[in-house]
Design a protein around this ligand. Structure first.
Ligand code: FNR
Length: 186
């Protein structure tokens, strides 16, 4: 048994009633004792501009520091037009630069896509994986988590109302805890 690991959660939606944010809160409630999970906000970041690189604005510095301080990263995201929402892609790009100084490198990662639709954000899930391959983030392969029908998923206290999805999310977190232990850079 290792020590408790810090998991930074990035939610790919900024709206107040976001289903993805509900999922993030539900997961924080389900986390095993080995994981300390916290949402790192991405809504205050400026749109990434390569001119930032020599002297990044403070919100960019702070965000990169939060990513650097995490032992692992968890993306919980909707699908926009079959891909990753711009706000999340912006956060990923922001912490990846300047070239050679990416904050993502080597952090074990995982993704959960959440949608009211039937295919559970599959396109966003896999487009996100494509970027993380380049950024050298080992992304957990199994269990996969494409959560569809999310409009009916949460009870009025924000808990996951569906037993099989709650069970899947518990298994996902247990597997992720093991994935982090196995893939942590020494
Ligand atoms: C969507 N939505 C959507 N859903 C989906 O399953 N596949 C898709 O490609 C898209 N595309 C899309 C584009 C844009 C611009 C918007 C605003 C929405 C619907 C989306 O899944 C739904 O609004 C979710 O509720 C968004 O997640 P949050 O905000 O609830 O976390």
């Amino acid at each position: 048994m290792g020590t408790q690991k810090n998991v930074a959660i990035f939610v790919g939606s900024l709206r107040k009633e976001s289903l993805n944010r509900k999922m993030a809160h539900a997961l924080i409630g389900l986390a095993p004792p080995s994981l300390k999970m916290e949402i790192v906000e991405i809504g205050g970041l400026p749109l990434y501009n390569q001119d930032f690189d020599p002297d990044p604005p403070q919100p960019v510095r702070d965000f990169k520091q939060r990513v650097q301080a995490a032992d692992a990263v968890l993306f919980i995201t909707p699908e926009y037009n079959r891909s990753v929402p711009g706000v999340l892609k912006n956060a990923i790009d922001t912490a990846s630069r300047p070239y050679g100084q990416s904050a993502w490198e080597g952090k074990p990662g995982a993704v959960i896509s959440v949608s009211p639709g039937k295919i559970g954000g599959f396109g966003a899930n896999h487009h996100l994986r494509q970027s993380m391959v380049f950024l050298d983030v080992p992304m957990m392969q199994q269990p996969e988590a494409y959560i569809g029908g999310a409009g009916e998923l949460f009870d009025d206290k924000g808990g996951i109302a569906n037993d099989s999805t709650r069970d899947l999310m518990q298994k996902f977190l247990q597997a992720f805890a093991q994935w982090i232990e196995r893939n942590a850079r020494k």
